[in-house]
Design a binder for this molecule. Structure first.
Ligand code: FES
Length: 123
């Protein structure tokens, strides 16, 4: 596997990403809060990014999330593209990061307050 450097334009952060793994997998290794991670399979649009420079290999992407015009402008789903050169990208769709969030808030489930139990009981 060949590795390339991916730069996140907003923060200047970089990560290494292999040509057999998608841009989202590499981005997740940063372990950074705020990086949108959803279905990881092209089905939610949360991981939308804009390729500012560099070359990528694209897998099929749902037109529901990336129109032909957007794709032509470099907008892609990070979980559906693999780098074939160093890449510079901009993260889009940050506002959608709640889409794939679990429905029960973890703090409530562990607080012992009984709130989570009441929620799951439909109270
Ligand atoms: S993570 Fe859902 S489309 Fe990429």
């Amino acid at each position: 596997m060949n590795y390339y450097t991916v730069t996140i334009a907003e923060t200047g952060e970089t990560y290494r990403c292999g040509d057999e793994e998608n841009l989202l997998v590499g981005m997740e290794r940063l372990g950074k809060k705020g990086i949108p991670v959803g279905c990881r399979g092209g089905g939610c649009g949360v991981c939308k990014v804009e390729i500012l420079s560099g070359e990528v290999r694209k897998k099929v992407m749902s037109r529901e999330y990336v129109s032909a015009e957007e794709e032509a402008a470099g907008k892609v789903l990070a979980c559906r593209v693999l780098p074939t050169s160093d890449v510079r990208l901009r993260v889009l769709g940050k506002m959608q990061k709640n889409v794939c969030r679990p429905s029960v808030i973890p703090e409530l489930a562990t607080s012992g307050s009984g709130v989570a139990e009441r929620i799951s009981a439909g109270a």
